[in-house]
Structures are given as structure tokens and as C-alpha cells.
Design a protein around this ligand. Structure first.
Ligand code: ADP
Ligand code: MG
Length: 683
């Protein structure tokens, strides 16, 4: 399992590099690179039975040679099929050779997503087969893997097959009793079946077993860590200081009841017997930053350094600035040092020096930077912002450097409290369940594309009042296969559609960090009035003067993600608006988006999202980006999660160190999990 993937026949250095890009380095990692979904090749349907937005196959009789037309950018190959007076249009982009592939008079099977465009039924980029070739695929389930440019699905499937065929069977490591209690399939069967299922029922069984394992091992590892953490005493005791009061009285607002309560809890931790280990869960806009700053100030005036880690560079810089402003306003002279990847080598060196010699009192940076390369003089508190999955190893990494600081994790991920307790077993939890009182609820609307001109006029009105606007698009560059609005082109269109006086710019993940920072700063300062962006602004960005959030192709996003995006507005005293533009008019999309229209409450949205998707949607929810388990999902698999948690508790009660002979294989398995550097439990 530990051998590199190059040990698999047919995988050379070049292919291995591609696998590395998707996080697969070893045979074991390849085997746990589970399919994203499965493709089932069903019987072709008649044209009358075609359903839009579904992937279907048809049998088509080809009357003449396909036509090829050239547009500015693509060569478009077109075939029009006819069946009992119904028509289906097939198009391929940049595949002019197809003209010679199809022979008039022959019958082919075409398979692809059915769409309705300008009143016509169309399939874009359909797969094509001879009837014989299709017959061989009929009713089989083909795994579909996550891919990267250059790595084809075929390559992955073939590698997995090789790896499965060539390996020795694993010994079963789950205690027999647990397997019986929970009706879990045998491990080797589950692994084989998750990649190459023969029938749907088997797949469900296999998946259940692997989900159980993932949760079970994760919880066992956490529980054992917790034992270790509980005895750790507070090596950075912090007394209450007057400077936090000074900060509080300088704020232009009063803390909410929830903020006050959580701040009290933090203060008790900081000054208590044991080291702090706490999660603050609070919906977007609940005011987590100021609470974290209070804790940081307390640590600083007790003689320690504090660190604030953010998931993106944009957010790190923004935190650095707003913290500096708040400190200045309070008349506190605390040295804040920002550390980001895009700084020059010289700037970085200066920052490292200041951190090491203790001049830097609060350090703000991205997760990676602060964790890996920095030596603190006397680190007392680490705050991690917007990290949805607490890295089990984070504390261990710090401990390895001889540091035992207080640890505070902040997250907006709305997971029900019971689940949080199971998952974050070694953390205490504080909840910010109250939004600042001066907030007007965001007004939402779900519209179709025809509403755009009206939306633009509305945005101009807000801009005239001095406000600012976000527009979110799904993709960066033009992609002929997906008619999604994309940032670059959209910005041009928007410039043409709005008054010339409006300052518009775009932001996307592929830009250089320094460019991103510049754009973000110009937007934050009010110089730019409209920011057209991909989801890079999704987490944490705080520009309270922005009052309109318009999301194009809203149907492409998960509800949780849309909720996060919406959280970018409604952060100040002005009335804010969110416009969700739907690119299709399917009733399902409507229903989903209307949930957002009805509520601004993250917990409610998560639960409704779950209800709508239903337990039948095994794989869809994983795209929502909540808690990245490889295969398990804390929402849909809540039942399995609970069972795994109970079995883990029972097992540890019987045999706390798992030293029994019958637990030997389990122990090995758990050790293997812990070996993984990033703290993620892997199967
Ligand atoms: P999040 O919890 O999403 O990280 P932030 O900490 O960024 O939220 O706060 C969002 C906005 O609310 C900021 O502009 C902040 O200044 C403001 N804010 C925080 N607490 C309060 C409060 N008690 N009353 C009014 N505004 C507040
Ligand atoms: Mg935040």
C-alpha cells in the first residue's frame, strides 16, 4: 500500500506526476481515490422520451455526411437526426475529423446530456458508438473519477484495476462483533466494489462499509488524542488585562449578547488550568473576528505572541489591515506583521526575523506559511479562521516545535451541534448564534436571465447612493462546452451595459497573488464599485459598504456555498440585496434556490438542502464542500456517523489502549492513519 504508484505496471514518471496533482502518490492512496460517481449505460430511448438535462442514449440513422461550419473560434460539426417527425441536433466542437468517422446509411448510438436550446432538442459533445460497441457497455456501471488536465478517466480506472488485481488481500481489522452489529460488508469486497460495482445493491453495501470505516477511524484517532490533550496544562496562562476593555470601548458598536458570552468563555480558557482548545461556530457575519482579536490582545498584553491564520491570502491581508485599524483606534500600539506568499523574499525575511526576535506581536498569514516556516519567540495563542476541518495534527505540529499555545478555531460551517461534538471530539465549542442588531435582513430574489437589464439599473442606483456591488460568475475563461457566464467576458459585457462612470474590475483564482491583492484593495477602499469575481471571495471577505450580491448561474453552486457568497453583503448598516440568476428553468433548481430566497439562516439552509437532496443522492452532496471526508458525508451519513461514534466509545471503554490480541489489525490500521502528515484519516 505504501509503494509509489510507479510500481504499478504502465505508470511511468510522467503519468505519476499527473496523479500527484490529484493527491495520489502511493498505491494505497490510489485505492482510496474513490469514484466521484458512476456512469450507467442504459438502453437507448426514443426521441419522444428524451428528457432535458438528463444523460440519455438514442439510436440514430445517419442520412448524410455531417456538416462542419467554422466560427471565429471553433469548428462546429453538426448532425441532425430525425425519428417519427421529432428532431435531435448533435454538435461537437473542434472535432472536424468526425466528418470522416460517420458513414451515411449506418446507425449509431449517441449518448449525452439532452438540452433544449431555442426550442430545439440538442446534445453537445455526445459520445458515439456502433450498436455492437454500445451493446457491450449496456447496463454496466463505469466509475467516474475526479480528473486533472492530461489525466483521463480511462487511465485512472486502468491503474486502479491493476492495483486491485496485483495486491494481497487485507486482513479484516474491524472486530467481528462490530461488523455483525452494524451489518457491514467485508473490507476487500467493499474496496473492489466501490471501484467496479456489478450491481447497485452491492455498491450501497460497499459504500456503507467504507463510510463507516472512515468515520470510525477518524473518531478513534480523535478520542485517543483527546486523552493526551486533557492532561496538558496551561503553559501560557493569561490574566484579564485592561487593554481588552480599552479595545471594547473604542468599538463603534456594542458586542452582541452571544459575542459577550463567547468572549467570557475564551477568557476563562486563557486563564484556566488547562490549555485552550476551542471551536467558535458562527454564521457568516456573526462577528467572529473581533472576538478573536480580543483573545489575541489578551495574549499580547500577557507577554505572548499571537497568530491568526486564514485560508486565503486575500483574507489574510484583509484581517491584517482591519486588525491594525481596530488597534489604532483603541490607541493600542501592538506590532501586527502580515506574512503572505506574494511578499518579496526580502519582505519575508524581515517578517521572519521580527517573529523570531519577538518584535512581531500579532502575526497574520495563511495556514501554510505560519505552520511550516516560522519560528516564534513565545507563541501563546493560535487562531485559525474559516477552517472547516480541524486538522488533528495541527496541535501536534506545534508541539513538535516545542510550543503548547492556546488553540482557537473559527468556522462558519453550519453543522448541527451534535455532529460537531462527535467530529470535533477534542474541542470545546462556543456558538455565536446572534447577528449584530443593526443588520437589516438581506432581501433576496431568484430570477432568470431576462431580468439582467433591470438588475443592472438597480445596481447603478445603489452605486449612485455610494454603495458597491459583487457579481459572481462560475468560470474564468470561455469554455465552449459550458455556457456559463465567465468573469473575463462578463466584465466586458457589464462595462458596455452600465454607465461609463462606473468602475468595474474582475478577480479570479488564476490571477497572480499581487494582482488579486491590488484589486481587492481597490475594491475595499471604494475606488472600484463593481467586482466581478469567481468564488475566490467566498469566505471571509469583509467590505461592509457592498450591498448587492448578484450570482450568475446560481444553479451551479451548492446552497451552502451560495449562503457563504451571500454573506459578503449585509455586513454593514445599509439594506443589502442578493440576486440569484438561474441559468435554467428546471423546477428542481427553482425549489433549491427558493430555499435561499426564504431564509438567511445557515443552519436552516443546510437542513433544507439535505431534505431536498434526500438520502438517495449519494454523491451529490459531497460537492457542497462541507467537511472533506473522502467518501463519508456528515449530513447524509449522519446515521452511520452516530453508529461509528457509539461503536468507538464502546470499544475504547472495553480496551482503552486497544492492546488486546484481537485488536492487533485495527491497531495497525490506526497507526497507518496517524502516519499521514496532514492529519486526515484515510482508508
Ligand atoms: P464573520 O463572523 O463572518 O467573520 P466579521 O467578524 O467579519 O464576521 O464581522 C462582520 C462585520 O460585522 C464587520 O464589519 C464587523 O465590524 C461587524 N460587527 C462585528 N460585531 C458587531 C456588533 N456587535 N455590532 C455591529 N457590527 C459588528
Ligand atoms: Mg470571518
Amino acid at each position: 500500500m505504501d509503494s509509489p504508484i510507479t510500481s504499478i505496471k504502465g505508470i511511468g514518471e510522467k503519468t505519476a506526476m499527473l496523479f500527484h496533482r490529484v493527491g495520489v502518490h502511493t498505491v494505497g492512496e490510489l485505492l482510496s481515490y474513490y469514484p466521484r460517481t458512476y456512469d450507467i449505460y442504459e438502453e437507448p430511448v426514443t426521441f419522444a422520451n428524451l428528457k432535458t438535462d438528463e444523460i440519455q442514449a438514442v439510436t440514430g440513422f445517419l442520412k448524410k455526411v455531417p456538416s462542419v461550419t467554422k466560427t471565429k473560434r471553433y469548428a462546429v460539426t453538426t448532425v441532425v437526426l430525425e425519428e417519427f417527425g421529432e428532431y435531435l441536433h448533435l454538435t461537437w466542437f473542434n472535432m472536424p475529423f468526425l466528418k470522416n468517422t460517420f458513414i451515411p446509411g449506418n446507425t449509431y448510438i449517441f449518448r449525452g446530456r439532452v438540452q433544449k436550446k431555442k426550442g430545439r432538442l440538442v446534445m453537445e459533445q455526445p459520445e458515439y458508438f456502433t450498436p455492437e460497441a454500445y451493446g457491450e457497455k449496456l447496463n454496466t456501471m463505469q466509475p467516474i473519477y475526479g480528473l486533472t488536465a492530461g489525466l483521463s478517466n480511462k487511465t485512472v480506472a486502468k491503474a486502479v484495476k491493476q492495483a486491485l488485481d496485483g495486491r494481497n488481500l487485507n486482513l479484516e481489522y474491524l472486530p467481528e462483533e462490530i461488523r455483525m452489529n452494524q451489518e457491514l460488508a467485508e473490507y476487500n469486497f467493499a474496496l473492489q466494489t466501490i471501484h467496479f460495482p456489478v450491481k447497485w445493491e452491492d455498491l450501497l453495501l460497499a459504500r456503507k462499509r467504507l463510510v463507516f470505516d472512515e468515520f470510525f477511524l477518524f473518531i478513534l484517532a480523535l478520542r485517543q488524542m483527546r486523552e493526551a490533550a486533557e492532561v496538558r496544562k496551561n503553559e501560557c496562562p493569561c490574566k484579564p488585562v485592561k487593554e481588552t476593555e480599552q479595545l471594547l470601548s473604542s468599538l463603534p458598536y456594542e458586542l452582541t449578547g452571544a459575542q459577550k458570552r463567547v468572549w467570557r468563555e475564551l477568557l476563562e480558557d486563557l486563564s484556566g488550568e488547562g490549555v485552550m482548545s476551542r471551536l467558535i461556530q458562527g454564521d457568516v457575519g456573526s462577528g467572529k473576528t473581533v472576538v478573536a482579536l480580543l483573545a489575541l490582545v489578551c495574549a499580547v498584553y500577557n507577554g505572548y505572541q499571537g497568530a491568526l491564520m486564514a485560508p486565503t491570502e486575500v483574507l489574510a491581508r484583509q484581517h491584517g489591515q482591519s486588525i491594525q485599524e481596530m488597534l489604532d483606534q483603541a490607541g493600542l500600539s501592538v506590532r501586527v506583521v502580515v506574512l503572505t506568499g506574494s511578499m518579496s523574499a526580502k519582505e519575508k525575511r524581515t517578517a521572519y526575523e521580527q517573529i523570531e526576535n519577538g518584535q512581531a506581536e500579532i502575526v497574520v498569514g495563511t495556514h501554510a506559511l505560519i505552520q511550516n516556516q516560522v519560528h516564534f519567540q513565545r507563541l501563546g495563542l493560535v487562531v485559525t479562521d474559516e477552517q472547516h476541518r480541524f486538522g488533528v495534527r495541527q496541535r501536534e505540529t506545534l508541539a513538535d516545535k516545542g510550543m503548547f499555545p492556546h488553540v482557537l478555531v473559527m468556522s462558519a460551517t453550519p453543522i448541527p451541534r451534535t455532529l460537531a461534538i462527535i467530529l470535533y471530539g477534542d474541542l470545546d465549542i462556543s456558538v455565536l448564534d446572534e447577528l449584530p442588531a443593526n443588520r437589516l435582513p438581506i432581501k433576496n430574489c431568484v430570477v432568470d436571465e431576462s431580468y439582467r437589464p433591470a438588475a443592472y439599473r438597480f445596481m447603478e442606483k445603489e452605486i449612485d447612493k455610494g454603495r458597491q456591488v459583487y457579481v459572481i460568475c462560475a468560470m474564468v475563461e470561455d469554455n465552449p462546452e459550458l455556457e456559463l457566464e465567465n468573469v473575463v467576458d462578463y466584465t466586458e459585457k457589464l462595462k458596455a451595459a452600465m454607465k461609463p462612470s462606473v468602475a468595474i474590475a474582475y478577480l479570479h483564482g488564476k490571477m497572480k497573488a499581487s494582482e488579486k491583492n491590488e484589486i481587492m484593495e481597490r475594491f475595499a477602499s471604494g475606488e472600484l464599485q463593481v467586482l466581478v469575481s469567481t468564488t475566490v471571495v467566498e469566505v471571509g471577505v469583509n467590505v461592509p459598504n457592498a450591498t448587492v450580491m448578484m450570482v450568475e448561474n446560481a444553479e451551479r453552486f451548492g446552497l451552502a456555498q451560495l449562503h457563504q457568497l451571500r454573506g459578503r453583503v449585509g455586513r454593514g448598516k445599509h439594506q443589502s440585496y442578493c440576486i440569484f440568476v438561474s441559468g435554467n428553468d428546471s423546477p428542481d433548481t427553482k425549489k433549491r434556490l427558493e430555499i435561499l430566497g426564504k431564509s438567511n439562516d445557515g443552519f436552516y439552509i443546510a437542513s433544507q438542502d439535505l431534505k431536498l437532496r434526500g438520502p438517495g443522492d449519494l454523491f451529490g452532496i459531497r460537492q457542497s464542500g462541507l467537511l472533506e471526508f473522502k467518501i463519508g458525508d456528515v449530513f447524509t451519513d449522519a446515521g452511520i456517523l452516530k453508529a461509528a461514534s457509539e461503536e468507538a466509545a464502546r470499544l475504547l471503554e472495553e480496551d482503552p489502549a486497544l492492546s488486546g490480541e484481537e485488536h492487533r489489525e485495527l491497531r495497525k490500521r490506526l497507526d497507518a492513519c496517524r502516519m499521514l502528515g496532514d492529519g486526515k484519516v484515510s482508508l
